[in-house]
Design a protein around this ligand. Sequence first.
Ligand code: PLP
Length: 362
Amino acid sequence: MEPREFFIEDRLERFRLKAFCNLGESGLGFFRLEEVLRMAGISFSDLQDLPMNDAPNQGSLELRSAIANLYPGVTPDQVLVTTGTGEALYLAFHMMIQPKTKVALIWPAFQALYEIPKMLGAEIIQVPHESGFHASTWKDIDADLYILNHPHNPTGKTFSEREWNTLLTWFREKKKKVLFDEHYRFLPGEGLLGRTGVDPNHFFYGTGSFTKCFGVTGLRVGWLVAEESFLQRARSFKDYLTHTVSPLSERIALGLLKNKESFLPGIQSRVRNNIVRFTSLWRELPKTKSFTAPEGGLVGWLGLESGISSEKYADRLFEKTGVFVLPGSNFEEEGFLRIGFGETEERMAEGLKRWRECSDLI
Ligand SMILES: Cc1ncc(COP(=O)(O)O)c(C=O)c1O
């Protein structure tokens, strides 16, 4: 059993550190350690005393408590700290999916959300994003597991309050199993923290992290939320994989979660300003034809004029301007580019200026 190549990764590896203007990544531009410690309220001398033993297998109680506080009614015993959201998904899928399990998710999607289920023999039901944010669409789909990634990567869409409440009520009444991937929850359309569907007592499990939203992807901290017996099985599975998360990452993660009110509004206004800027001028970018402004998260989905290869467009744009974007083909959807909004506002403005003025793109 082996998953196919992870399509976005080769391009991200090649360009993310070379790009003048990085609109290819789905995370906020990274902070340096000194800045991260300041955000987390930790001094270098605090770190000197940190015992570098294995952190507890499930994650430290303090960190699990801080994570549990993000979810109504969730206890620290229902939280497993993992190496990124990727590991949390990997564990959850191995425990929820057998050959022929029917898995429904919004399409296009972050590849790990369907590639690992496929590797395990699942039948994937693709729910097009155009209809995927309406509750009625899901009521017609008979699946064993529903995956809801909101705000959504790569389109930036999410559910309206009304559709959301209707859908959750339906899932609850029908006793459906749902996995909520809420990686971008710290960047809602408005407010400090976006809504969650996680409710372990109703088999609504969740994966999450703050690393993309806070600009600290190198910390590699994520989590799984589920009811206790499921979580203990996941913990035991994790013992064979990464076993524990570094105590250094855990300590910084705890500081960041406790202090988020002090730095998150600044990050949110940067991302929202970038989205506003892009929304006001995308029509001036050569050979583009549609854009739906993201309702949350860090990415959006830009449509190209028909017949244009997204890969060629992205290559040429990088060559000519140093602006890095991801082609839709990396999401198995031709005719689109995924645009990230985590750049600094200055570089975003200059990158868009260069892109707009680039007359010989295709
Ligand atoms: C929707 C979604 N889920 C999960 C992940 C994996 O995240 P992590 O880097 O925390 O493993 C990503 C990364 O881009 C993502 O976009």
